[in-house]
Design a protein around this ligand. Sequence first.
Ligand SMILES: *Cc1c(COP(=O)(O)O)cnc(C)c1O
Length: 359
Amino acid sequence: MTSLDDLPIRDDLRGKKPYGAPQAHVRIELNVNENTHPVPDVVIADILGRTEKALRSINRYPDREFVGLRSALAEYLGHGLSAANVWAANGSNEVIQHILQAFGGPGRSVLGFPPTYSMYPLLAAGTGTTWITAARDADFVISPETAARAVADAQPDLTFFCAPNNPTGTPVSLDAIVAAYEQTDGIVVVDEAYVEFAPAGTPSALTLLEGRPRLLVSRTMSKAFAFAGARVGYLAADPAVIDALRLVRLPYHLSALTQAAAEGALAHTELMLAMVDDIRTQRDRIVVQLARLGFTPYPSEANFVLFGNVADPHAIFEQLLAEGIIIRDVGIPNHLRVTAGTESETSEFLARIAPLAPR
Ligand SMILES: *Cc1c(COP(=O)(O)O)cnc(C)c1O
């Protein structure tokens, strides 16, 4: 059998590993920050009606500009945005890829603040963009001074903020984003994949878009919307940015079925987001309880918790897995990450990890 190394693969991809969160199907899956609550039946019924309608014309290419979906997303986002400000793709991963294709590429660079979303360096590599990194402050915070200095020093073509940050749960202040923006002529991306889980009243980077044409705010339906399997991510920015992304997308990249399903979900925003409050409660419970057990959980504004003081992450990961619970070893020494599940999933995780705790 031929191995990958035998193929005439691009030199810059040689030796690279694909994204590989373990995808074990076990009883309690708390490893990839999905919403563990299923979509309500009435929403499924509406989506079935809409996809059936889409199937009646599936012999035709879908709306290349997916105007219906972009309008629905703009309405959900508010902040005076319209369809002209909105882009979407098959997951925000593809949105980020479009951004890098349009604004990155060979000879260009993207700055990030590790530990952060593991897909950023992979998407950078795939588009030939150089991934450069800057350090965070204590407890994974990025102060406005740190943000400004990092951007001024590196002069990247793009800067990525993950807010709240995966895998740490740390929020990023709007002041830090503005401070970075003011130090660069490049693109600044704020990845708000988890923003719906932030405390009520927390301002989104959407509030900064007015007058900042190089600021891009990306979102996803994969987390709070419980729609990971549908693959729908989106972005809000100046209409000129949307024109740039049109240059690199594949024609008809969003299938008619995806558009119909996403529009169906967005027609029931309140129901789809009904579990967010409960997930926040479970997240806060995890933080309190893990601290009592002697771990060191970090404050989180997302639907997961990173915790330290784990003597042997691999051993705890394997022990929980043997009991039908999968969490995530994100590669930070002596740390593990767990997604907030339903109340009963969370209770079982906490009960099973208790005997493995440092105290
Ligand atoms: C999960 C996640 C995404 C979402 O990816 P999709 O492709 O939309 O499923 C984006 N950014 C971060 C930081 C994430 O953790």
